[in-house]
Design a protein around this ligand. Sequence first.
Ligand code: GLN
Length: 486
Amino acid sequence: MSRIKYIQKLLESKEISCVELTKKYLSKIEEENKAINAYVNVTKEDALKAAETVDEKINKGEKLQPLEGIPMSLKDNISTKDIETTCCSKMLKDYIPIYDATVWDILKKQNSILLGKTNMDEFAMGSSCETSYFGATLNPHNKQHVAGGSSGGAAASVAGGMAAFGLGTDTGGSIRQPASFCGVVGFKPTYGTVSRYGVVAYASSLDQVGPITASVEDAAIVYDSISLYDKKDSTSLGSKFTTHDKLDKSIKGIKIGVVKEFFEGIQDDIRKPVEESIKIYEELGAEIVYIDMPLLKVFLPVYYITSSAEAASNMGRYDGIRYGYRTDSYNNISEMICKTRSEAFGKEVKRRIMLGNYVLSSECYEAYYKKAQNLRGAIIRDFKRIFEKCDVILTPTAPTTAYTLGEASKDPIKTYLMDICTVPANIAGLPAISVPCGLDSNKMPVGMQLMGNNFEDYKVLNIAYQYEKNTKNQTDGITLWQEVEI
Ligand code: GLN
């Protein structure tokens, strides 16, 4: 069931006013957030002011726009005018943008209710939300476990009933993996369909904004609102098709691609629910086709070389001169820059900058960066071949469920390896969604991923929706969404 539609129905029928609704969400945040740490900044006054505007419209009998009056959250790397945008880094602590990111501009114009900014791995580098300068986000299903990352705060805000939906960003899985860890839906759209203007860059050729929601239908509703062409983003294309109106289409005869390697070496209690979802698709009339992916072994090196190289270049703007943190004492400019960066970047960000500069250095450029770009081209071509044989590819979203706090920092390389299922969609710019499909033996959520061809976001959402609709009983227990009582 769409949480967004449900809320709007209550607002339009005046069963609850938008101010009352917003207050309920705010008190839920007050109760839960101390423990979960999903929000790093709660924008109470702005939220209530926006809610008043919505109530005025309702009282005048005006029709609401699709996301009007819906309480939501934004990841803290999405610029919000006059509201701190920190990327959860000491470097940008207290930084207040003077303009809005396009995605927020769109939602603001719709009078969506911004409840606050959500926690994330520092500059979106990480998979557990533990590299945040403001401390980790905990998983609402079990507070001993991480929420995933980097958009861990966004996923926990939705899973914990502290927002009806959230916007996150996904460079190598940062929307889908936390969504799967928290038992909610996370959708990474086709690269270029959602504007990146005003979204703090990590790896510009891979970054994409997308929704984290309680249902597939909600993901489609949010995506349709935010996927507009934006002349301020040179890679913006906008979407060719709307999606929410195609969810009901029958999926009889569609072809679902399965790659055996994605199912190897993962725990039984993760593999089983995902394999179960394949059976459900067969029952719904889909045909399963087995796909070979010869380039699978280069996905991770291509991703980590490309993303670190772009990160090293993007992080160059933090020099203590233009904005953000500056060290207290220094004798000359190079010492100032060096001390500023040493003091204000966390360990993981420094590791990526070093790795990125290494692969871009004149001695290594050919062997690493250039090779990675050539392979990226080959991967993109290979996906073209694959999508001639199937409509979507089904995989687990991640080889693990939410692990316990502290585990990721013990072995960072091991956590890089866990991105194997999510990075291909970013390398090739493809749309991909994570949908809850079961629980593991510790009762932690398991996510199934569907990846589609470029600009076939509507197809990915349609196929995901049909699964969700036909497995209501299985998935209902996974999504916590102990909704604020209305
Ligand atoms: N875990 C991946 C990384 O650290 C993906 C992060 C992301 O998508 N922002 O690069």
